[in-house]
Structures are given as structure tokens and as C-alpha cells.
Write a protein that binds this ligand. Structure first.
Ligand SMILES: Cc1ncc(COP(=O)(O)O)c(C=O)c1O
Ligand SMILES: N[C@@H](CCSC[C@H](N)C(=O)O)C(=O)O
Length: 460
């Protein structure tokens, strides 16, 4: 196996390698166009080399090359790897920033389950987006949604302010809004579906077509964190790059941070790998091992979480709350979601009509931990405008119609009846429902309506 990935900056690594072996003085002459060292990288994954099993099987089944046939791929907790020659010829690994066997094993496994040519893993979901945005150049235009994870919005804002990138936030649930802004300068279209936290659905195939028609070079990147590869494969829907926070469903236990990138173009894969090696954000060996372990139980976890989420969404809706969940027929894009995905996932949000009532519900819940993030086996409850999306300023939240009272539920694997009991208790304690002999119903309390303090830019 070749130890040198093609240099995305244009040099032929094989030629460079052969030159270097000719002379000891040139032993480390593998350099990029700027004269920096270009160390070896693991060869790209080639997962499509045999029978394709059902995803449940593929998640668990791996083919290792371990010398002792270890069932669990060992953690290669080593920063550096000894070479057998001064030129390092033939060695697959030299330094863990550039490549590590535990990380490579995980990347190949992910490529297989994400139906990708190549997958790469980095230290967080935001790290993955950072690597993707390094493909942009000043003057490039990015088209993205008006409902996005707060951290994504923050990074795009930083690039718009400091990196010369022009960012268009539009309602990506309407392909016509995207059509109006895409053009030859569109370098990237960045999509989330379902969106966080409004659970809006974006038509990936239609938007990918529009983007590629406007500029065949434009890259369509999709954040698949909400669904994971178990429920949706954006690469098969027309995306060029899919990424997700491995901190969420892929790992499932909130015991690590990770980001995953997957592509079907080896040229794009090489560029992404170049940045990962150059900037040093590749996932550490222990975290790679933990993530590999989590992936094996993705299906059983997600199925339980999703069936609990469906019960809870139906419970809230039947008690008069406005619930956002693509598993409900009342979701305005129920059919579109089902045309792209194999399930509705386990994140839902609902409104109460009052910020104070929402606060009281969140604080009264016991089984539901007040916590950002999702995808964990434990159920979580949060108020996005105060927590995960607090980095979006109040004025922008108002412009984008992000309800200040919105509560997000990230459903875990606990017993669904226990979760419903605990939520019912919280709704009653918070005064969110009217009690009647027949049960209870959303009180539709008109609590303090959200107001924007223009001086502090806060909602109160
Ligand atoms: C939709 C979405 N994408 C990306 C991220 C970033 O992931 P990470 O926290 O692993 O950096 C998050 C949450 O943090 C998220 O909710
Ligand atoms: N303080 C963090 C908030 C992380 S939010 C994590 C997750 N994506 C979610 O939606 O809950 C930050 O500023 O990034």
C-alpha cells in the first residue's frame, strides 16, 4: 500500500518520493508548493470490496488486519512510528497527526456505513465544518439556511466578518429562495436537515441540482448530525460532502467529542485530509476507539430513541402543544422528509407560548437533564435560545423567527412511560396545562411576550 497520498496542491508524491530516495540529503524532500513537509497519509479507504450487508450488520462487522486478530481494534496510543529507512519508504504511518492505525480503521468503517469513498475524523463537529470551510477563498459566496445550529452560524459569521466570504442566509425549505441567490460565484451550499432547533426539512436533491446548475464547481455540504448515517445518506441525495458531529448519535454516550466528514470524490478527500494534517485536528487514537465502539450500537440506540420520540411527540400534540417533529403527519414537510430519510430521528421541539412557562417546565423535569447536545442515551431538555443557540444574537433570532419560548427535547432510550410521566409532572408543575377531570390540555397561557431590548440586544 502506498504511504503517500496525492498532494492536493499539485506535486506528484510518487515522483517526490523517488527523488528523495536517491539522495540522503533529500531524504525529507516531500514538500508542498509552499515548501512545507508533506508527510505520508494513510491510503484512502476502499470499503466497497465485497458483499454489502444490511446496515445493522455493517455497523458491527469489521475486517481488521491486527497481528493477533484482536476483536476490538487496538488503541495505537503512539505519537510517532519508527521508520526502517531514512526516507521512510513503505511505512504507512510516521506521525499520529498525519495518520494513526486506530483512526484509519474508524475512517474505513465510517466510509463503509456512510456509503462514501472516503471518510475522515476530526476532533469535533465544528472542527469538521472548519476543515470544510478551508476550501473557501476570499470573495467566495456561501448559501445557507436561516435556521442553523448556533455554532455553525457563529463560524459562518466569523468567516463573513474576517475571511472575505459572502454568506447568504435564506429559507432553505423553499428551493426558490435558494434559486434566487445561487450563481457562478456560489462556492458552497451548506445545508442542515432537519434543522436545529426548528426541525425544518430541506430538499437536498432539488437544492443540490440548483447549486450544481448555477456553478458546476459549487460544493454542496450537508450536516447530517440530526439523523446519522442510519437514517439518511446525503451523498446519495446529491451532496458532495457530508459531515456530522460524532459527539451525538454516532458515539451515543456523551463521553467524547468528534467530527466526521465523508466524500465520494478522492480529490476533495485529499484536500480535506491536507487541512486536517496541516492544522492538526485529526481525532486522537483513544477517541477514535471510543467512537468505533459507539457506532456498533447506533441502530439499537437510535431505534429506541426514535420510537420514544414518536410517543412523546404524539403525547404533546394530543395535549394541544405545537410540536415540531418529522414523524408527525402534521409536520408540513412530512412527505419530503420521508422521501429522503429512513426515520424521523429523536429530536423534537415544542412551544408553550411563554418564556417563563418554558423555563419552569425545563427546571421541573427530573429525568430530562437540562443540557445542550443530543444523541445521547439519556434524555435531555433545553431552551435553545438560552443555550445551544445563544451565540446567535437576539436581533438575528427575532429576524429569523426563532421562538424564544421553544423547548427542545432530545429523547433517550429510557422507558417511554417514565419519560411521559416526568414530562407530564413538569407540565403540571409549570402551569403549562389546565387540569380537568378528563386529563389536561395546553393552557395556551399568554405569558410575557418576548421583547427585544435594543440596547443590550437581549430578549426579555
Ligand atoms: C447540527 C449540529 N452540527 C454540528 C454541531 C457541532 O458539533 P460538535 O459539538 O461536535 O462540535 C452541532 C452541535 O454541537 C450540531 O447540533
Ligand atoms: N456552549 C456551546 C454550546 C454547544 S450546543 C451543542 C449542540 N450542538 C446542541 O445543539 O445542543 C457553544 O457555544 O458552542
Amino acid at each position: 500500500m502506498s504511504s503517500f497520498a496525492p498532494d492536493p496542491l499539485g506535486k506528484d508524491p510518487a515522483e517526490e518520493s523517488s527523488k528523495s530516495s536517491k539522495s540522503l540529503s533529500k531524504a525529507f524532500s516531500r514538500v508542498d508548493l509552499d515548501g512545507h513537509d508533506l508527510p505520508p497519509s494513510p491510503a484512502p479507504s476502499s470499503p466497497r470490496n465485497g458483499k454489502r450487508y444490511a446496515l445493522a450488520t455493517e455497523l458491527v462487522y469489521t475486517e481488521g488486519t491486527d497481528q493477533y486478530n484482536a476483536s476490538s481494534t487496538p488503541i495505537y496510543q503512539s505519537a510517532t512510528f519508527k521508520q526502517t529507512s531514512a526516507g521512510g519508504e513503505g511505512a504507512e504511518y510516521d506521525y499520529t497527526r498525519s495518520g494513526n492505525p486506530t483512526r484509519t480503521h474508524l475512517e474505513r468503517h465510517l466510509a463503509k456505513i456512510m456509503c462514501a469513498e472516503r471518510a475522515l475524523v476530526v476532533s469535533s463537529g465544528m472542527g469538521a465544518l472548519d476543515v470544510i470551510t478551508r476550501l473557501l477563498r476570499p470573495g467566495d459566496e456561501v448559501v445557507t439556511g436561516d435556521d442553523l445550529y448556533g455554532g455553525t452560524n457563529r463560524l459562518l459569521k466569523y468567516l463573513a466578518t474576517n475571511g472575505g466570504i459572502i454568506v447568504h442566509h435564506v429559507d432553505t425549505t423553499k428551493p426558490t429562495s435558494v434559486q434566487r441567490v445561487v450563481g457562478p460565484k456560489t462556492a458552497m451550499v451548506l445545508l442542515e436537515t432537519p434543522t436545529n432547533p426548528l426541525i425544518k426539512i430541506v430538499d437536498i436533491p432539488t437544492i443540490a441540482n440548483l447549486a450544481h446548475e448555477a456553478n458546476p464547481e459549487a460544493l454542496v455540504a450537508v450536516d447530517n448530525t440530526m439523523l446519522s448515517p442510519l437514517l439518511q445518506n446525503p451523498l446519495e441525495l446529491g451532496a458532495d460532502i457530508v459531515y456530522e458531529s460524532g459527539t451525538k448519535y454516532l458515539s451515543g454516550h456523551h463521553d467524547l467529542m468528534a467530527g466526521v466528514l465523508a466524500v465520494n470524490s478522492s480529490a476533495i478527500g485529499d484536500k480535506l485530509y491536507f487541512t486536517i494534517n496541516a492544522s492538526g485536528c485529526g481525532l486522537a487514537p483513544f477517541d477514535s476507539w471510543l467512537l468505533m465502539r459507539g457506532i456498533k450500537t447506533l441502530k439499537v440506540r437510535m431505534e429506541q430513541q426514535q420510537s420514544n420520540a414518536q410517543r412523546i411527540a404524539e403525547f404533546l400534540e394530543s395535549h394541544g402543544f405545537k410540536v415540531r417533529y418529522p414523524g408527525l403527519k402534521s409536520h408540513p414537510q412530512y412527505a419530503l422528509h420521508n422521501s429522503m430519510a429512513r426515520g424521523a430521528g429523536a429530536v423534537l421541539s415544542f412551544e408553550t407560548g411563554s418564556i417563563h412557562v418554558s423555563e419552569r417546565i425545563v427546571e421541573a423535569a427530573k429525568l430530562w437533564a437540562i443540557s445542550v447536545s443530543f444523541g445521547c442515551v439519556n434524555s435531555l431538555i433545553s431552551m435553545p435560545c438560552r443555550m445551544s443557540h445563544a451565540s446567535i444574537d437576539a436581533k438575528t433570532r427575532q429576524e429569523r423567527a426563532l421562538p424564544e419560548d421553544i423547548i427542545r427535547l432530545c429523547v433517550g432510550i429510557e422507558d417511554a412511560d417514565d419519560l411521559i410521566d416526568d414530562l407530564s409532572r413538569a407540565l403540571v408543575l409549570a402551569g403549562a396545562v389546565n387540569l380537568t377531570p378528563e386529563g389536561f390540555h395546553h393552557a395556551a397561557e399568554k405569558g410575557p411576550t418576548a421583547k427585544l431590548d435594543t440596547q443590550s440586544n437581549n430578549i426579555f
